[in-house]
Design a protein around this ligand. Structure first.
Ligand code: FES
Length: 105
């Protein structure tokens, strides 16, 4: 696992979700009440950006066809998506957000 810088934590207010490119992959970072979560940003249904969707607590709803995923586990909770999102461990150090990613991602 490699620790990769994503952004400054102060740029991520509560309930914010933002898209970042990390090692060529679109990653969504979300802040839910001070805890940060990282998933792939690309919906597993038809590849829309999930950052354009709606965050309801721990659920991100895709704006395109309404699929929803739990950002803690990546699990697809509402159709039409059935494939889970990739999730990444988040580390916050000295006000900076990092994610851990496998070398082969
Ligand atoms: S692209 Fe996300 S639900 Fe279809």
């Amino acid at each position: 696992m490699k620790k990769l810088f994503v952004c400054e934590a102060e740029k991520m207010e509560n309930a914010a979700k933002k898209r970042f490119m990390v090692k060529g992959m679109a990653v969504m970072i979300a802040n839910v009440e001070g805890e940060f979560y990282a998933t792939q940003d690309t919906c597993t249904h038809a590849e829309s950006s999930l950052t354009a969707g709606h965050l309801h607590g721990f659920m991100i709803e895709c704006a395109r066809h309404g699929a929803a995923f739990d950002i803690r586990s990546g699990e697809a909770k509402i159709l039409p998506a059935v494939t889970p999102l990739k999730t990444f461990p988040v580390i916050v150090e000295e006000g900076k957000i990092y994610i851990e990613m496998n070398e082969d991602v």
